[in-house]
Design a protein around this ligand. Structure first.
Ligand SMILES: [Fe+2]
Length: 294
């Protein structure tokens, strides 16, 4: 098993930006010792019915970083999201930084390259991204050292990014009263997700955990920050000693009842290209709908 270089003495500044259209939280993480920062899981706005793309949510993040005078070093995708479109290339164009994702993006590209009948011009080697992370890889944001934990199960490329006492779990976990994300997309696996969650829960109890999504269960206000200790004690799917078997049974039965995310078709086509919108043969931005393909 990989030993991870946890450093609880480092406490980065984290600011969340909630997108009500997709219930996604984008995070800006800043090195307290410099102006360096990273953006985790940005969102591009889409009116899918109209085929219209806009950038209000990304512009808010850009304005925040510019207003602080910070330097963007990384645009991190915790995974290939199926429910919103990444704005990473748009933000990169304005602020710079490198776009990084888990190395198993190649598996995701292979799977959905087939489903969307992408031609040979669609590279399935992850080369659309600036960095591909393996389990245990380290990288720097200013003076901070970050590391990644491979946490598959929701998707094969899911990574948890740990920066000091803050971990960004993507869709590996939700808030304690939200439980966990579905594991029924192509390449997903409930047992593997359970094992990945145990990796996150093996971090120190005081580790801050930042969610990628929150749906405000039971009418509570939207929240996105908790701790390992809180998840271990209270997570409704995996807390208080839930077994692997019980989790697999519950997750599989629940997933069978869930509809496809509203934006899965545009999201996958864009996000497997690191946030670039595909083009047709004439170079015009264009999305496809595979009929009965998902
Ligand atoms: Fe997701």
């Amino acid at each position: 098993m990989t030993t991870y270089p946890v450093d609880m003495s480092l406490s980065p500044e984290v600011k969340g930006f909630f997108d009500p259209a997709t219930n996604t939280i984008s995070h800006v993480v800043r090195d307290p010792g410099s102006t360096a920062c990273a953006v985790i899981d940005s969102v591009m706005d889409i009116d899918y019915a109209a085929g219209r793309i806009t950038y209000d949510h990304a512009d808010e993040i850009i304005a925040y970083i510019q207003g602080k005078g910070w330097t963007l070093e990384w645009l991190i995708e915790t995974h290939v999201h199926a429910d919103h479109l990444s704005a990473a290339p748009y933000i990169q164009e304005k602020l710079g930084g490198k776009i990084g994702i888990g190395a198993n993006i190649t598996i995701v590209q292979d799977t959905f390259g087939k489903i969307f009948n992408e031609g040979t011009e669609f590279q399935r080697d992850g080369s659309q991204f600036d960095a591909l992370f393996q389990d245990g890889d380290r990288y720097r944001i200013g003076g901070m050292e970050a590391f990644v934990i491979h946490t598959p199960g929701h998707t094969p490329a899911c990574m948890t990014h740990v920066i000091g006492d803050a971990a960004f779990v993507g869709d590996t976990l939700f808030m304690p009263d939200g439980g966990s994300a579905r594991a029924d997309f192509p390449g997903g696996d409930a047992g593997v997700l359970y094992d990945s969650i145990q990796k996150v829960l093996s971090l120190p109890d005081e580790m801050r955990l930042f969610m990628c999504h929150d749906y405000g269960p039971n009418g509570r206000d939207i929240q996105w920050e908790t701790t390992v200790g809180e998840e271990k004690a209270h997570n409704i799917h995996v807390g208080a000693g839930a077994t692997r078997e019980s989790f697999i049974k519950f997750r599989t039965e629940r997933d069978a009842t869930l509809a496809m995310p509203k934006l899965i078709i545009p999201s996958l086509q864009v996000n497997m290209r690191a946030g670039e919108i595909p083009t047709d043969a004439s170079g015009r931005p264009m999305l496809k709908v595979p009929v009965n393909g998902l």
